[in-house]
Design a protein around this ligand. Structure first.
Ligand code: UD1
Length: 418
């Protein structure tokens, strides 16, 4: 068990390199099983979710090797179609493997997935989509069993624009017979990245990143060498960190378009933000004006994955802010911890009512999930006095070298083993 010890209250200065997107890399790893040729992923972050997914690939019979930050996957000898529950429970993205494993082997067996405990997180849309593609599905003993003689294209309408369901259906349909249309598809940029990756393997996918995705099935996919898109959630986390702590920082390998909703909000509260190619610079505005209202939405709205960090920011902004979480029911685990640090927050259902205080004070807090843990770390970095953040395994799921990056920006932070 590790914890951060943070001495807060120093402004941030310097530059950080943004990692490749966790939520882009995970579906690419699932896609790698679609070919028996070699897949090379550059700038692959060594975060816990990626390492878990690599273990799942190993379980299926793939060979994986890291050469510095380049991951090479060789699935020529992959033969197993079962993902055991210990692995699936660690990682919600294991569910993406259903589509690609069934496309490769004609069958798949996977335990119900885990991931952050932030609400009910059903997989009904994933299963309904795969059924439309002619996959037979049965559920027993906590496992989902899939089998299919031939995947067949279909016209699918998602009841809600689920990112994971959109990706899972794409991963199955690329090797199906005929055309698949996914209507009301999720529009998150990671889906466009998956499309680009698959098309480089020889797939025919169009419309990724819009509400209608069209897939023409192909017989065979080949190897690919690819650098995934940058992580918009990590970029947003650092921008919010600068707004909270004060100072002036630059992000390299960042895409401003993908976090326009965050940049707009930060400008509203008087941060100065400029963009040059793949660099984003932020200078905090000193006083933080009220954020007033933040509602999480599917892309291009304000991302749910930055709700916890922005709630931490609201705690030390002027006036009152209402934060509404529309995507996940129980994504307010960070709130009681922020209250320990002196925040004034009331939660009612899906809304958090935040009344700003001049500053937070150091406290011992516990990370309850990935983004909540990042939010508490930022809160501690901005707070007066000493804090500890425990249960870092949540943060390690999605941020590579979080403490090193914060430390390079001037935060007094260290990790200790307890
Ligand atoms: C992905 C992201 C996660 C992000 C989320 C929303 C990855 C690995 N994870 O998660 O970081 O917070 O998008 O942007 O990319 N739903 C159903 N039935 C389903 C599937 C989803 O009702 O079968 C609902 C969910 O309960 C939720 C909403 O749809 O309310 C959106 O979830 P979804 O887009 O599927 O999120 P994930 O793909 O799990």
């Amino acid at each position: 068990m590790d914890k951060f010890i943070i001495e807060g209250g120093r402004p941030l200065y310097g530059e950080v390199e943004i990692q490749s997107a966790k939520n882009a890399v995970l579906p690419l790893l699932a896609a790698s099983i679609l070919t028996d040729e070699r897949v090379i992923i550059h700038k692959c972050p060594r975060i816990r979710d990626v390492l878990n997914m690599i273990q799942i690939l190993g379980e299926l019979g793939c060979k994986t090797t890291f050469y510095e930050d380049t991951l090479v996957i060789d699935s020529a000898d992959a033969a197993n179609h079962e993902i055991p529950s210990e692995l699936a429970k660690e990682l919600r993205s294991s569910i993406f493997m259903l589509g690609s494993v069934v496309a490769r082997f004609g069958k798949a067996k996977i335990a119900y997935p885990g991931g952050c405990d932030i609400g009910i997180r059903p997989v009904d849309l994933h299963l309904k989509g795969l059924k439309s593609l002619n996959v037979k599905i049965s559920e027993e003993g906590g496992y989902i069993n899939c089998s299919c003689d031939r995947l067949t294209g279909a016209d699918i309408l998602l009841d809600c624009p689920s990112v994971g369901a959109t990706e899972n259906i794409i991963l199955a349909a690329v090797r199906g017979r005929g055309t698949t249309l996914i209507r009301n598809a999720a529009k998150e940029p990671e889906i466009r990245d998956l499309q680009n990756f698959l098309n480089r393997m020889g797939a025919k996918v169009a419309g990724g990143g819009t509400s209608t995705v069209r897939i023409e099935g192909v017989e065979k996919l080949g190897g690919v060498e690819y650098t995934p898109m940058s992580d918009r959630i990590e970029a947003g986390t650092f921008l919010i960190g600068a707004a909270m702590c004060g100072g002036e920082i630059g992000l390299n390998n960042a895409c401003a378009d993908n976090i326009a909703a965050v940049i707009h909000k930060l400008r509203e509260i008087s941060c100065k933000i400029s963009v040059k190619n793949d660099k984003i610079y932020i200078k905090s505005g000193g006083t933080r004006k009220s954020l007033r209202m933040i509602e999480t939405m599917p892309y291009p709205g304000f991302p749910t994955d930055l709700q916890a960090p922005v709630t931490a920011l609201a705690c030390i902004s002027e006036g009152s802010t209402v934060v509404v979480e529309n995507l996940f029911e129980t994504r307010f685990k960070h709130v009681p911890e922020l209250i320990r640090m002196g925040a004034d927050i009331t939660v009612r259902g899906r809304a958090a009512f935040v009344r700003g205080v001049p500053s937070l004070r150091g406290a011992d807090v516990v990370a309850g999930d990935l983004r909540g843990g990042a939010a508490l770390t930022l809160a501690a970095a901005s707070a007066e006095g000493l804090s500890t953040v425990t249960d870092l395994y949540h943060i390690d799921r999605g941020y590579s070298g979080f403490e090193y990056k914060l430390s390079s920006l001037g935060v007094r932070i260290r990790r200790v083993h307890i």
